[in-house]
Ligand binder design. Structure first.
Ligand code: UDP
Length: 481
């Protein structure tokens, strides 16, 4: 079947897109794929890693409403059972999954008639070697911030220059041309250089310069200093950084609503404008039992309206649902404080596992977002002019949270209590009231709305992101002639 389809692709530019596991990778790459099909007339084969696919992933990629020239190609299931254990950390597990799942990639690309380009995200760089053999140009779609791209490109140099653990450095880490990163904001994967996860991250980051171009899910006006550094600073030239193309913010657009998703939107329809705080922690984020209890109490004490995506707590793992989000059948009653659901009835709506985030953020009743500051969530919030309570949990989210608070001015971060190492209920009550009712909240909302206009301008006809993508597409189309 794949071969028959490749015949029809001969007359049309055809690229393949490959996303690493995890909704934070799949969602933006799928949006890029849709944009290439719908706005640029490209035929796209979206390569889907099916091993350990979550319910949310299956629902998104097997939706019946995809544009005709977007084909989802399921890669065969890989058996990774002998290579991972319960204790394998999330990024290492993801990387092992990719490595095993990509074994048939060469024959799949040949069956597809050798697409003109392959676009991959950060954790699937093994594909570069296969594409090299087949003379297929590769691109990266970087699904995090420009500041994090600068860090990623610089990591191999840092690895050679620094002997101790980065977290033990006496000063923030100086990234050429960019805001220094406080050691406490460094991502978990680089906090201990002896673990497998560090080696995986270093492996993938050091291959980023192998591509023909890097697409960024950001826009020219949003992170100008980091972008300028990557384009102009001698360090990035010396390591042969390929051209970077900011084409964002590419965020999920319309999504088919599940029954519970439709209930969320119907509930929001009945609430006053800007009155609801939306609480969800990305695809993987989970809290400890003690922290979830404090969060629930904080929401209740604030007396503000809210939608809370309440996942089963996990003690000792902040990304507990990374591989199985959307399939949760737990009853939140079992882990929320006794009587919480009854006492907050009418004021709050509790949802299991997954809410239609973009539909909620777009809704006029949504006034703020308590978020783990994953990059997609960040872009989705800003694109809808919604300020944030920053609750970073894993990956590069601490860096994002600091940037949103200190540079962009659209977020506030609650303080962790000194005694129990949790954010206590009174602190949560304070920041919720502040963002929903206070002057600081209003100022952040205004700033978020300014940024929303700047983001929309970039994507509109003649805007920098639209033009940036069009330039690369034009090159593919010229190559086809
Ligand atoms: N998301 C959603 N509903 C939820 C939680 C997350 O639709 O209840 C989507 C969200 O809109 C975003 C993605 O999942 O597009 C999460 O990506 P992000 O980069 O923010 O975080 P990650 O999941 O990679 O940590």
């Amino acid at each position: 079947m794949v071969i028959a389809e490749s015949e029809t692709m001969k007359s049309q530019s055809h690229v393949a897109v490959l996303a690493s596991p995890g909704m934070g990778h799949i969602i933006p790459l799928f949006e890029l794929a849709k944009r290439l099909v719908v706005h640029h007339g490209i035929h796209v084969s979206f390569l889907n890693i099916t091993t350990e696919a979550s319910a949310a992933q299956n629902q998104l990629l097997h939706s019946p409403t995809l544009p005709p020239n977007l084909k989802v190609i399921d890669l065969p299931l890989a058996d990774i059972s002998a290579l991972v254990t319960e204790d394998t950390l999330v990024v290492a597990r993801l990387c092992i999954n990719v490595q095993e799942s990509l074994k048939p990639l060469k024959s799949i690309l040949i069956d597809l008639g050798k697409p003109q380009a392959l676009i991959v995200d950060l954790f699937s760089t093994q594909a570069f070697d296969i594409c090299n053999e087949l003379s297929i140009p590769t691109y990266t779609f970087f699904t995090a911030s420009t500041a994090f791209l600068a860090f990623s490109l610089y990591l191999p140099t840092l690895d050679c220059e620094v002997e101790c653990e980065f977290v033990d450095l006496p000063e923030p880490v100086q990234i050429p041309g960019c805001t220094p990163i406080r050691t406490e904001d460094l991502l978990d994967q680089v906090r201990n250089r002896k673990i497998d996860e560090y080696n995986w991250v270093l492996y993938h980051f050091s291959r980023l310069t192998m591509v023909t171009g890097i697409f960024l899910n950001s826009w020219e006006d949003f992170e100008p200093a980091s972008l300028r550094a990557i384009r102009e600073h001698p360090l990035y030239k010396q390591i042969n950084t390929p051209p970077v193309h900011p084409v964002g913010p590419l965020i999920k657009e319309d999504e088919p609503l599940t029954e519970s998703g439709a209930e969320c939107v119907a509930w929001l329809d009945k609430q006053p404008m800007d009155s609801v705080l939306f609480v969800t922690l990305g695809s993987g984020g989970t809290l400890t039992t003690a922290q979830l209890t404090e969060l629930a109490w904080g929401l209740e004490l604030s007396q503000q309206r809210f939608i809370l995506v309440a996942r089963k707590p996990t003690d000792g793992n902040t990304s507990g649902t990374f591989f199985n989000v959307g399939g949760d059948v737990n009853d939140p009653k079992a882990y929320l404080p006794e009587g919480f659901l009854e006492r907050t009835k009418g004021v709050g709506l509790v949802v299991q596992s997954w809410a239609p985030q973009v539909a909620v953020l777009r809704h006029q009743s949504t006034g703020a977002f308590l978020s783990h500051c994953g990059w997609n969530s960040t872009l989705e919030s800003i694109t809808h002019g919604v300020p944030m309570i920053a609750w970073p949990l894993y990956a590069e989210q601490r860096m994002n949270a600091t940037m949103l608070m200190e540079e962009v001015g659209v977020a506030v971060k609650p303080m962790v209590g000194k005694v129990k190492d949790v954010v206590e209920r009174v602190e949560i009550e304070r920041v919720v009231r502040m963002i929903m009712e206070g002057e600081e909240g209003k100022a952040m909302r205004c700033k978020a709305r300014e940024l929303k206009h700047s983001a929309v301008k970039g994507l509109n006809f003649g805007g920098s992101s639209k033009e940036s993508l069009s330039r690369v597409v034009k090159e593919w189309k010229c190559d086809k002639i």
